[in-house]
Ligand binder design. Sequence first.
Ligand code: ADP
Ligand code: MG
Length: 241
Amino acid sequence: KPDPHSVLKVEQVGRHFQGLIALEKVDFELKPGMILGLIGPNGAGKSTLINCISGVVPASSGRVLIDGVDVTSVPGYKVPFIGLGRTYQNIRLFRNLTVLENVAVAAYAVARRQDDPYALAMGYLQEVGLAELHAHLAGNLSYGAQRRLEIARALALQPRYLLLDEPAAGMNPVETDELMQLLNYIRHEYGLGLLVVEHDLKLIMRLCDQVVVLNKGQQIAMGTPAEIQADPHVIEAYIGR
Ligand code: ADP
Ligand code: MG
């Protein structure tokens, strides 16, 4: 399990695209075992923030620190090795590899010499409930199963923090419920800190310890689900669009 004193700090992170300010002065902390929700209307900057934290897109200002190490100065391809895993809003799997191979690739990347990446991968598939489908091509899975496979692949990199961009998108209510159970399991059993972007406010309110609200790149609120639901700025951002 990760060090309970570990912390991921997002410090005054900003990003602009030419004239467009996609993010400005976003600032919060994520700790092991915590689920932080990230909500906001379309175009609020949620995916851009996940891209900045995970090094896919460089931040224009501010810093992201994992236990004092500045993630923004680490090349993107090395980010998985400093404890950060992620999934994508648009699923990115190797569609023509099997379910098992998709996870084994990630397990292999961090394996020690004595480890068997396929055995490790099978363990992660069991965790997300996909072991029986291990020999199927990833591209043939249902949408909900593909999203769970992305989570298994991210877990195989043994991260301390996991960033999930709309993990429930396209899922039916049963799949969404199973996803919530899975995320709670990951939080407790692996002790990971989770950052979850989600449109479904009911899901966010049931799942998260803390919620950060973005609107047009600005962090307009942060607090417990109860605090967020009562916040006039949040109500205005959602109703006023
Ligand atoms: P969200 O995920 O909250 O819906 P995004 O982070 O995808 O929002 O987008 C935030 C804003 O930044 C939007 O106005 C979007 O058009 C813009 N944006 C995102 N990525 C790029 C990019 N690569 N180039 C130009 N503009 C971008
Ligand atoms: Mg998005």
